[in-house]
Structure formats: C-alpha cells, structure tokens
Design a binder for this molecule. Structure first.
Ligand SMILES: Cc1cc2nc3c(=O)[nH]c(=O)nc-3n(C[C@H](O)[C@H](O)[C@H](O)COP(=O)(O)OP(=O)(O)OC[C@H]3O[C@@H](n4cnc5c(N)ncnc54)[C@H](O)[C@@H]3O)c2cc1C
Length: 248
C-alpha cells in the first residue's frame, strides 16, 4: 500500500480523466451556465421568483432528464455526469443549478426501483416538461433519515400517508413527489418505503417557499400529507425498500 493510497488506485487502472462524452456534457452545461444562467442569477436571487424561463431552456436540452434512461426519452447518464453538469451550472448560480438538477435526483428512485408502468408514466412526465421533487427531510429528521415520522398505512388498494416534509426543493412547482415514509415504523431503516405521489392528491398541501439566505433561485418549501390516499401501485419496488432507494 502506498502512503496515500492514491498510487494504488492509479496502478489498479482507475482513470480520473473525463471521457469524450463526459467532456461533451461538461461543455454543454458550461455553455448553458454562461449563456443562460449567469446573466439571470442576480435577478432571481433578488426577486426570489422561480426561474421558469431558464428551466424551460434547460428542459429543451435535456438537463432535467439526465438520469432518465434513453428508452424513456432521457439522456441516460450516470451520477458522475450529472455532478459534472451540476458543477458547471452552479458556477452561474447554485440556486438555479439546484432547481434544474433536483429533477434528476427525483427521477432516481423510479429509475432504480420503479416498474415499467411507473417509469413510463412518471419519467415520461418529466420528459414531457413537468417537474418533480424529492421529499425525505422532516422537521425532526435531517441527517438522521431513520428518524422519519411520516407513515404509510395499507388500506385495501391504497396506502394512507400522513406526515410533514420540509426543505423540499421544487416543492411548489412539482407535478409529482418521491415520498419516503415508514410502512413499518417499528423497524428503523428497513421499515421505510418510497412512493410516487401526485401533486393533485387530496390531502397534499405545499407551504410557501422559505425566505432563505442563499439558494434563493430554488424554491424550498414544506409538503404536508394529511390522510393522502395513494394507490398501492405507486409504491416503488417493495415495502421496506425505501432506504435503499434513498440517494441523499
Ligand atoms: C437549500 C436546501 C434544499 C434542500 N432540498 C431538499 C430536498 O429537496 N429534499 C429533501 O428531502 N431535503 C432537502 N433539504 C434538506 C437537507 O437534506 C437537510 O438539511 C440535511 O439532511 C440536514 O438536515 P438538517 O438540516 O435537519 O440538519 P441536522 O441533521 O440537524 O444537522 C445539523 C448539523 O449537525 C451535523 N450532524 C448531524 N448528525 C450528526 C452526527 N450524527 N454526527 C456528527 N454531526 C452530525 C450535520 O452535519 C450538520 O452540520 C434541503 C436543505 C436545504 C438547505
């Protein structure tokens, strides 16, 4: 073993050089950042409005669907490529970058664990121009994801969801949410499940965006679930798979 371990990694054949495709993605995001994001950064940071015009342009060139596999209409890229693009966009404005890339994070649980129907329906909506959000955090569960209090109780062909999510990026503009909830609250981590929940579900309300000190171009708000009836077919993968589908 070498002193810092780095030489071993290099001699094991791991390359830290970007591939031609990764360089192309980097350039696409860098050009977008300089041309479309940076000139608007000050306006959206001050106004605290959602940067719809920039989002629409990002959608047109695929930056909100990088994680969506090609067969569902996305770019089919890996997390590394998403991070390369996010870094370039954050150069222009970290808030606008977050507003764009949250859609890729939101796609992931469906990409990883969703069935064919869920992928067609929900990834398809992203490709068709809708936005999504990813709701894990709660007032008493931030870093400690196992402390979630949101529950999902099976009731025939539905699950009844109750709980409060907070700090949810894109909450006010999302068409659907990944909601992480306990189907078995007696089992930390393994009792957690993930659901796709439609924005217009009865009992789901979204708070006003928080007036933050930073990242002001990206909206961050509460999502409140009060007896929300979610079709059982919206469970992603199986009960108990929630923590494995969590990518925080
Ligand atoms: C702009 C913004 C956007 C966000 N978007 C989303 C989103 O889209 N979806 C979502 O689900 N959440 C989102 N979050 C929430 C984010 O994931 C949480 O803020 C994060 O998980 C930290 O949780 P917390 O704020 O409760 O801090 P805490 O968990 O209370 O942590 C506070 C501090 O204590 C430290 N700490 C915590 N536990 C330990 C430990 N065991 N040992 C040592 N140190 C520890 C942490 O590192 C941190 O410095 C967002 C937050 C922000 C600020």
């Amino acid at each position: 073993m070498s002193e810092n371990g780095y030489d071993d990694v290099v001699s094991a054949g791991v390359s830290f050089t970007l591939t031609e495709e990764q360089k192309m993605i980097q350039k696409l995001a860098r050009d977008f950042s300089r041309k479309e994001i940076a000139p608007k950064a000050e306006h959206y940071d001050k106004s605290h409005e959602f940067p719809w015009d920039v989002l629409k342009k990002a959608q047109e060139i695929g930056l909100t669907t990088m994680a969506v596999p090609e067969e569902y209409g996305g770019m089919g890229l890996s997390l590394l490529e998403e991070i390369i693009a996010a870094e370039e966009m954050a150069w222009g404005c970290s808030g606008i970058s977050l507003a764009i890339v949250i859609n890729n994070l939101s796609a992931l649980p469906v990409v990883l664990g969703g069935n064919e129907e869920q992928k067609k329906k929900y990834l398809g909506r992203l490709v068709d121009g809708k936005l999504a959000a990813y709701a894990v955090t709660e007032p008493d569960a931030g870093s400690d994801v196992a402390a979630l209090k949101t529950t999902a109780v099976r009731d025939g062909d539905y699950y009844i969801l109750n709980g409060t999510k907070t700090f949810i990026t894109g909450a006010t503009v999302a068409d659907w949410y990944d909601i992480f909830a306990y189907t078995d609250p007696s089992v930390p981590y393994r009792g957690m499940s993930a659901f796709v929940v439609d924005r217009d579900s009865e009992g789901l309300t979204v708070g006003k965006p928080f007036d933050k000190l930073g990242q002001r171009a990206s909206d961050t708000a509460e999502v409140i679930l009060e007896n929300v009836r979610v079709p059982a077919e919206n469970l992603i993968a199986k009960e108990g798979m929630g923590f494995l589908l969590y990518n925080g």
